[in-house]
Write a protein that binds this ligand. Structure first.
Ligand code: HEC
Length: 153
């Protein structure tokens, strides 16, 4: 009895800390993007702009200063100069079945902001840069994911 009450108090405390943390985050400048990969970003992605996402992917978006994804990833629109990363042709199809119970949207978002969480088969950690969560805004990431979701074949 006693210990369960203690647990309840501990959980209330944990929830309070999480709420305070979340409130702090929502005041953060939009240029820094600490969004966890589990965030529900489906609506943001659905409203994303795939053409802008493609421009970011190719390093051609004038307002985005982040290393181009195409440096390491080949896509149907072009071959990468290196084979550092997996070919993303068809990623829209396999993204939804790569991790059990993870949607394509969540998998792709996570692949960008936390690339070491689930490594693509045959690749090692820390080759994909881990800077994108800081260098891209949530809108940038949503646009890139929206673009990746067009890569069906
Ligand atoms: C320096 C090379 C490099 C750059 C730049 C890079 N990646 Fe990657 N990426 C990798 C490597 C290596 C992997 C495989 C290891 C892993 O899963 O983290 C990977 C994995 C991925 C995956 C998962 C692929 C799969 O088959 O499941 C996605 C999606 C992805 N990257 C998207 C991006 C996007 C979008 C960008 C730009 C915002 C980007 N990458 C920039 C190297 C890179």
């Amino acid at each position: 009895m006693r210990s369960s009450r203690r647990w309840t108090r501990a959980s209330v405390y944990i929830v309070a800390v999480l709420v305070a943390y979340a409130a702090g985050c929502s005041n953060a400048p939009s240029s820094s993007n600490p969004a966890p990969a589990t965030a529900d970003v489906t609506a943001l992605i659905a409203a994303g702009d795939p053409e802008r996402g493609a421009a970011i992917f190719l390093g051609q978006a004038a307002d985005v200063a982040a290393p181009a994804c195409v440096t390491c990833h080949a896509v149907e629109a072009g071959a990468a100069p290196t084979s550092l990363g997996p070919n993303l042709t068809g990623i829209a199809i396999r993204a939804g079945t790569t991790v059990p119970n993870q949607s394509a949207e969540a998998y792709l978002w996570e692949s960008i902001v936390a690339p070491n969480t689930h490594l693509a088969p045959g690749y090692s950690e820390n080759i994909m840069l881990t800077v994108y969560g800081d260098l891209l805004t949530e809108q940038d990431i949503a646009d890139v994911v929206r673009y990746l979701l067009t890569l069906e074949s």
